[in-house]
Design a protein around this ligand. Structure first.
Ligand code: FAD
Length: 403
C-alpha cells in the first residue's frame, strides 16, 4: 500500500493546474488518470487549436446555482493570472476574435506537452490508466481503490470533470465520490451540445449552413436568442448559435417544457428590407417557377420547406403579389423547428450542475464538510460559455487549490 501526501484524481486542465501549483508549493503529488494519456479534452479543444482562455473574463459568462461562489473565485483570478501561469511554462498566447485566446503554436498538444513537462520536472508523479473506483475517509486518511491497487493520502483533490464527452474520459465518478463523502449534487444536463428534432424536413436540409439568428420559445414563451452559424443535420440542428443556446434548451427539456426554435435565415435583412428586395425582383410576365426564383437568394435545400411553412399557393414568379411576399418574408425570418432532445453528454462539451458550491470554500477550494478534500474544474456546479471560459474555470480553480 502506498501512503501519498496529496493525490489528485483526473489529469485534465484542472488536475494539471492543481498538480503544478501544489508541487511548486513544495508538496509531493500523485496525479491519477484513467485514460492512457493526460489532457484528452485539451487535445481536441478548439478544433485542435485549444481555445485556452478568454481575455474578457466576466461573471455573466459563467453559470451556477450559486453565482456568489464564482465571483469569489474569480476575484483577482482573471485572465492575467492564467497568462502568467502559461508564460511560466514557456507557452505564449495569441488573441483571436471576441477575446478568445490560443497557444501561439495554434496546436493544442503544445499546451498538454508543456504542462506535462513542467509537472514531471517539479516531481509530480503522473500515473495513467489508473481509474479510481472508490474513495473513503477514516480519521485523517483517504483510501482510494483504483485499478492499480489501493492508495492512501492525507489530502485529496477531485478534478475528475463532468460526464460530458465520455469518449474522452467524461465521467460521473467524482460526483459519486463526493456524494459518498456527504456532498450534494446540483442536477447535471448536457450543454454546448447539438439539438435533435423529429421534424422530417431537417434531414432534407442536412449540410446547409447559414449565418442566422435563433430564438428559443418554451411553452410558447420567448426565452432568449443567439446569433451565429446554424447548421442543419440529419438529426436536427447544430452550429455555434445552437451550441450557445443549448444550455437553456437542455435545462428546459429536462423540465418537460415544449421547446421550439424560430430561425431567422436572413438576420442582416430587416422585414422591410427583405420585402423590398423580393418585390423589386419580381418580373411581371415571368414564367419562372417560384422555387427557382427563390434560389436567387436562398439555399435550394431550404426552399421547399420555406414554401411549405409559408403555405404559399402560387407557382410562378408572375403570380407573386405583396400578400405572397409577406408570407415568404415572415417564414424566412421565422422558420419554426421543434426540438425534442439534445445529443446528450456524448455530444456535449460541458455539463451544467455538479457539486454544490455552497459546500466549498471559494478561497481554498476545500470542502466545508470534509477537511482536506478539495475540488477544482468542471466537477463543481459551474459551467461557462463557449469562448475559453470553461478552461478559465479549470485553470483558476486548479491554481487556487495549489495556492
Ligand atoms: C470537444 C470539446 C471541445 C472543447 N473545447 C473547449 C475550448 O476550446 N475552450 C474551453 O474553454 N473549453 C472547451 N471544452 C470544455 C473543456 O474541455 C472542459 O471544461 C475542461 O476540460 C474541464 O476541465 P476539468 O479538468 O475539470 O475536466 P476534464 O478535462 O474532463 O478532466 C477530468 C479528467 O479526469 C479523468 N477521470 C475522471 N474520472 C476518473 C477516475 N475515476 N479515475 C481517474 N481519472 C478520472 C478523466 O479521464 C479526465 O482526464 C471542450 C470540451 C470538449 C468535450
Amino acid at each position: 500500500m502506498n501512503n501519498e501526501n496529496i493525490i489528485i484524481v483526473g489529469a485534465g486542465a484542472a488536475g494539471l493546474a492543481a498538480a503544478i501549483g501544489c508541487a511548486r508549493a513544495g508538496q509531493k503529488i500523485t496525479l491519477l488518470e484513467q485514460n492512457n494519456k493526460i489532457g484528452k479534452k485539451i487535445l481536441v479543444s478548439g478544433n485542435g487549436k485549444c481555445n485556452i482562455d478568454n481575455r474578457y473574463i466576466n461573471l455573466n459568462r459563467f453559470h451556477s446555482q450559486n453565482p456568489d461562489f464564482i465571483a469569489k473565485v474569480l476575484e483577482s483570478y482573471d485572465f492575467a493570472v492564467v497568462e502568467k501561469f502559461f508564460t511560466s511554462l514557456g507557452l505564449e498566447l495569441v488573441e483571436g476574435k471576441e477575446g478568445k485566446m490560443f497557444p501561439m503554436s495554434l496546436q493544442a498538444f503544445s499546451v498538454v506537452e508543456l504542462l506535462e513537462y513542467e509537472a514531471r520536472k517539479i516531481g509530480v508523479e503522473i500515473v495513467c490508466e489508473c481509474a479510481v473506483t472508490s474513495v473513503s475517509k477514516q480519521g485523517d486518511t483517504f483510501t482510494l481503490e483504483t485499478t492499480l491497487g489501493t492508495k492512501t493520502c492525507t489530502q485529496l483533490v477531485l478534478t475528475s470533470g463532468s460526464p460530458a464527452a465520455p469518449q474522452l474520459g467524461g465521467s460521473n465518478s467524482g460526483y459519486a465520490f463526493a456524494t459518498k463523502l456527504g456532498h450534494t449534487l446540483v442536477p447535471r444536463h448536457p450543454s454546448l451540445v447539438q439539438l435533435c428534432s423529429q421534424e422530417s424536413w431537417v434531414k432534407g436540409c442536412a449540410g446547409v449552413k447559414v449565418a442566422g439568428l435563433v430564438k428559443l420559445y418554451a411553452n410558447g414563451e420567448y426565452i432568449t436568442e443567439k446569433k451565429g452559424d446554424l447548421l442543419f443535420t440529419n438529426y436536427g440542428i447544430s452550429g455555434l448559435a445552437i451550441l450557445d443556446l443549448s444550455r437553456e434548451v437542455s435545462t428546459r427539456l429536462a423540465n418537460f417544457d415544449y421547446c421550439e426554435l424560430s430561425l431567422d435565415l436572413m438576420p442582416e435583412y430587416s422585414k422591410e428590407k427583405l420585402t423590398n428586395l423580393l418585390l423589386a425582383r419580381i418580373q411581371k410576365e415571368s414564367e419562372k417557377p417560384i422555387g427557382l426564383w427563390l434560389q436567387g437568394i436562398l439555399n435550394k435545400k431550404l426552399i421547399a420547406i420555406i414554401l411549405e411553412q409559408s403555405k404559399s399557393r402560387v407557382k410562378l414568379e408572375k403570380e407573386l403579389g405583396r400578400k405572397e411576399i409577406n408570407k415568404l418574408v415572415h417564414t424566412i425570418k421565422n422558420l419554426k423547428l421543434s426540438v425534442n432532445d439534445t445529443k446528450g453528454f456524448k455530444g456535449a462539451e460541458v455539463a451544467t450542475g455538479g457539486i454544490d458550491t455552497s459546500e466549498v470554500n471559494p478561497q481554498t477550494m476545500e470542502s466545508k464538510l470534509v477537511p482536506n478534500l478539495f475540488f477544482a474544474g468542471e466537477v463543481l456546479d459551474v459551467d461557462g460559455d463557449r469562448g475559453g471560459f470553461n478552461f478559465h474555470w479549470a485553470w483558476v480553480t486548479g491554481l487556487r487549490v495549489g495556492k
